[in-house]
Write a protein that binds this ligand. Sequence first.
Ligand SMILES: [Zn+2]
Ligand SMILES: [Zn+2]
Length: 210
Amino acid sequence: MKKEIESGYLLGKIDELLNKVGCPICELTSESVDDNIDALFYENVNDPSERKKFSFGPGFCPKHLKMVEDHLRAHPELGILGVSVLYGTISDEIMHALNGESIKFGANCQMCAIEKDSEKRYLDLFEQYISNDERLKRYESSISMVCLKHTNELIKAEINPNFKRVQISKMERVINSLKEFVRKSDYRYSKESVFLMEGEAWRIVSKFLS
Ligand SMILES: [Zn+2]
Ligand SMILES: [Zn+2]
Protein backbone atom coordinates (compact mmCIF):
# COMPACT_ATOMS: atom_id res chain seq x y z
CA MET A 1 0.00 0.00 0.00
CA LYS A 2 2.76 2.40 0.98
CA LYS A 3 4.48 1.74 -2.33
CA GLU A 4 1.28 2.59 -4.20
CA ILE A 5 0.92 5.92 -2.39
CA GLU A 6 4.56 6.69 -3.04
CA SER A 7 4.39 5.94 -6.73
CA GLY A 8 1.10 7.84 -7.01
CA TYR A 9 2.90 10.88 -5.63
CA LEU A 10 5.84 10.38 -7.97
CA LEU A 11 3.61 9.87 -11.00
CA GLY A 12 2.09 13.23 -10.05
CA LYS A 13 5.59 14.74 -10.13
CA ILE A 14 5.94 13.55 -13.72
CA ASP A 15 2.62 15.24 -14.54
CA GLU A 16 4.08 18.49 -13.21
CA LEU A 17 7.26 18.10 -15.23
CA LEU A 18 5.29 17.68 -18.46
CA ASN A 19 4.84 21.47 -18.39
CA LYS A 20 8.59 21.98 -18.45
CA VAL A 21 11.06 21.86 -21.33
CA GLY A 22 13.39 18.89 -20.87
CA CYS A 23 13.39 15.18 -20.10
CA PRO A 24 11.33 14.28 -16.99
CA ILE A 25 13.72 11.43 -16.14
CA CYS A 26 16.79 13.70 -16.39
CA GLU A 27 15.00 16.44 -14.43
CA LEU A 28 14.05 14.16 -11.54
CA THR A 29 17.53 12.62 -11.47
CA SER A 30 19.24 15.97 -11.37
CA GLU A 31 16.81 17.19 -8.68
CA SER A 32 17.73 14.20 -6.57
CA VAL A 33 21.50 14.83 -6.94
CA ASP A 34 20.92 18.47 -6.11
CA ASP A 35 19.01 17.47 -2.94
CA ASN A 36 21.95 15.30 -1.95
CA ILE A 37 24.41 18.12 -2.52
CA ASP A 38 22.22 20.30 -0.36
CA ALA A 39 22.04 17.72 2.44
CA LEU A 40 25.80 17.20 2.25
CA PHE A 41 26.56 20.85 2.80
CA TYR A 42 23.68 21.47 5.14
CA GLU A 43 24.79 18.94 7.75
CA ASN A 44 26.34 15.73 6.41
CA VAL A 45 29.73 17.30 5.92
CA ASN A 46 30.16 16.91 9.71
CA ASP A 47 29.71 13.17 9.30
CA PRO A 48 33.12 11.44 9.04
CA SER A 49 31.69 8.70 6.79
CA GLU A 50 30.57 11.33 4.28
CA ARG A 51 34.04 12.86 4.28
CA LYS A 52 35.49 9.40 3.76
CA LYS A 53 33.25 8.87 0.72
CA PHE A 54 34.54 12.14 -0.69
CA SER A 55 38.20 11.31 -0.20
CA PHE A 56 37.60 7.86 -1.68
CA GLY A 57 36.44 9.62 -4.91
CA PRO A 58 38.95 11.15 -4.68
CA GLY A 59 36.74 14.21 -4.84
CA PHE A 60 33.89 14.78 -7.27
CA CYS A 61 33.97 14.28 -11.05
CA PRO A 62 34.03 17.49 -13.19
CA LYS A 63 30.25 17.40 -13.81
CA HIS A 64 29.47 17.25 -10.09
CA LEU A 65 32.15 19.77 -9.14
CA LYS A 66 30.28 22.16 -11.40
CA MET A 67 26.93 21.22 -9.84
CA VAL A 68 28.33 21.86 -6.35
CA GLU A 69 29.66 25.22 -7.49
CA ASP A 70 26.27 26.18 -8.97
CA HIS A 71 24.44 24.94 -5.88
CA LEU A 72 26.57 26.90 -3.45
CA ARG A 73 26.26 30.02 -5.58
CA ALA A 74 22.47 29.66 -5.59
CA HIS A 75 22.38 28.96 -1.84
CA PRO A 76 24.74 31.40 -0.11
CA GLU A 77 23.06 30.50 3.21
CA LEU A 78 24.99 27.20 3.17
CA GLY A 79 28.25 29.12 3.53
CA ILE A 80 31.64 27.84 2.38
CA LEU A 81 32.98 26.30 5.59
CA GLY A 82 31.64 22.82 4.74
CA VAL A 83 33.01 22.76 1.23
CA SER A 84 36.38 24.07 2.45
CA VAL A 85 36.62 21.29 5.06
CA LEU A 86 35.61 18.70 2.48
CA TYR A 87 38.00 19.80 -0.26
CA GLY A 88 40.77 19.99 2.32
CA THR A 89 40.49 16.23 2.85
CA ILE A 90 42.06 15.59 -0.57
CA SER A 91 44.93 18.04 -0.18
CA ASP A 92 47.52 15.22 -0.19
CA GLU A 93 46.17 13.79 -3.43
CA ILE A 94 46.18 17.24 -5.03
CA MET A 95 49.83 17.78 -4.09
CA HIS A 96 50.79 14.28 -5.24
CA ALA A 97 49.07 14.90 -8.58
CA LEU A 98 51.05 18.12 -8.96
CA ASN A 99 54.13 16.04 -8.36
CA GLY A 100 53.37 13.88 -11.37
CA GLU A 101 51.46 11.02 -9.73
CA SER A 102 48.57 9.82 -11.83
CA ILE A 103 45.45 10.26 -9.72
CA LYS A 104 42.02 9.82 -11.26
CA PHE A 105 40.03 12.47 -9.41
CA GLY A 106 36.33 11.72 -9.30
CA ALA A 107 36.72 8.13 -10.58
CA ASN A 108 34.55 7.04 -7.63
CA CYS A 109 32.56 10.26 -7.33
CA GLN A 110 29.87 9.77 -4.66
CA MET A 111 27.40 11.95 -6.58
CA CYS A 112 27.82 9.75 -9.68
CA ALA A 113 26.71 6.77 -7.57
CA ILE A 114 23.66 8.68 -6.34
CA GLU A 115 22.92 9.82 -9.88
CA LYS A 116 23.08 6.27 -11.22
CA ASP A 117 20.65 4.98 -8.57
CA SER A 118 18.20 7.83 -9.07
CA GLU A 119 18.32 7.50 -12.83
CA LYS A 120 17.42 3.83 -12.62
CA ARG A 121 14.57 4.58 -10.21
CA TYR A 122 13.11 7.35 -12.37
CA LEU A 123 13.47 5.36 -15.56
CA ASP A 124 11.37 2.63 -13.87
CA LEU A 125 8.88 5.26 -12.78
CA PHE A 126 8.56 6.69 -16.28
CA GLU A 127 8.07 3.17 -17.63
CA GLN A 128 5.17 2.88 -15.22
CA TYR A 129 3.90 6.27 -16.39
CA ILE A 130 3.80 5.43 -20.08
CA SER A 131 2.44 1.92 -19.55
CA ASN A 132 -0.94 3.66 -19.41
CA ASP A 133 -2.20 5.00 -22.78
CA GLU A 134 -4.08 7.89 -21.25
CA ARG A 135 -0.93 9.12 -19.51
CA LEU A 136 1.08 8.55 -22.68
CA LYS A 137 -1.39 10.85 -24.48
CA ARG A 138 -0.84 13.51 -21.81
CA TYR A 139 2.89 13.22 -22.40
CA GLU A 140 2.34 13.37 -26.17
CA SER A 141 0.61 16.74 -26.04
CA SER A 142 3.06 18.24 -23.53
CA ILE A 143 6.12 20.45 -24.06
CA SER A 144 8.43 18.01 -22.24
CA MET A 145 10.51 15.61 -24.31
CA VAL A 146 12.35 12.49 -23.12
CA CYS A 147 16.02 12.79 -24.13
CA LEU A 148 17.61 10.60 -26.79
CA LYS A 149 19.44 8.36 -24.31
CA HIS A 150 16.31 7.63 -22.29
CA THR A 151 14.20 7.27 -25.44
CA ASN A 152 16.43 4.43 -26.57
CA GLU A 153 16.28 2.79 -23.15
CA LEU A 154 12.49 3.03 -23.03
CA ILE A 155 12.08 1.65 -26.54
CA LYS A 156 14.39 -1.24 -25.70
CA ALA A 157 12.37 -2.02 -22.57
CA GLU A 158 9.27 -2.46 -24.82
CA ILE A 159 6.87 -0.98 -22.27
CA ASN A 160 4.40 0.52 -24.69
CA PRO A 161 4.63 -0.03 -28.47
CA ASN A 162 3.09 3.43 -29.01
CA PHE A 163 5.96 5.25 -27.30
CA LYS A 164 8.26 5.25 -30.33
CA ARG A 165 5.52 6.70 -32.56
CA VAL A 166 4.83 9.38 -29.93
CA GLN A 167 8.50 10.37 -29.78
CA ILE A 168 8.73 10.63 -33.55
CA SER A 169 5.61 12.75 -33.85
CA LYS A 170 6.73 15.00 -30.95
CA MET A 171 10.13 15.55 -32.55
CA GLU A 172 8.52 16.32 -35.92
CA ARG A 173 6.49 19.03 -34.20
CA VAL A 174 9.61 20.44 -32.52
CA ILE A 175 11.54 20.54 -35.79
CA ASN A 176 8.60 22.21 -37.56
CA SER A 177 8.46 24.81 -34.78
CA LEU A 178 12.18 25.40 -35.14
CA LYS A 179 11.76 25.99 -38.87
CA GLU A 180 8.74 28.21 -38.33
CA PHE A 181 10.76 30.34 -35.92
CA VAL A 182 13.48 30.78 -38.52
CA ARG A 183 10.92 31.59 -41.24
CA LYS A 184 9.15 34.20 -39.09
CA SER A 185 12.49 35.84 -38.31
CA ASP A 186 12.55 37.00 -41.92
CA TYR A 187 11.33 40.61 -42.06
CA ARG A 188 8.73 39.68 -44.71
CA TYR A 189 6.91 37.51 -42.19
CA SER A 190 7.81 39.39 -39.04
CA LYS A 191 4.18 40.45 -38.52
CA GLU A 192 3.19 36.85 -37.83
CA SER A 193 3.23 36.12 -34.13
CA VAL A 194 5.68 33.58 -32.73
CA PHE A 195 4.19 30.75 -30.68
CA LEU A 196 5.68 29.67 -27.38
CA MET A 197 6.69 26.30 -28.80
CA GLU A 198 8.58 28.01 -31.66
CA GLY A 199 10.67 30.08 -29.28
CA GLU A 200 11.36 27.06 -27.07
CA ALA A 201 12.18 24.59 -29.86
CA TRP A 202 15.95 25.19 -29.74
CA ARG A 203 15.95 24.47 -25.98
CA ILE A 204 13.95 21.28 -26.50
CA VAL A 205 16.50 20.08 -29.08
CA SER A 206 19.39 21.04 -26.81
CA LYS A 207 17.97 19.12 -23.84
CA PHE A 208 17.08 16.18 -26.07
CA LEU A 209 20.72 15.81 -27.06
CA SER A 210 22.35 16.59 -23.73
ZN1 LIG B 1 16.74 11.93 -20.04
ZN1 LIG C 1 30.13 12.60 -10.42
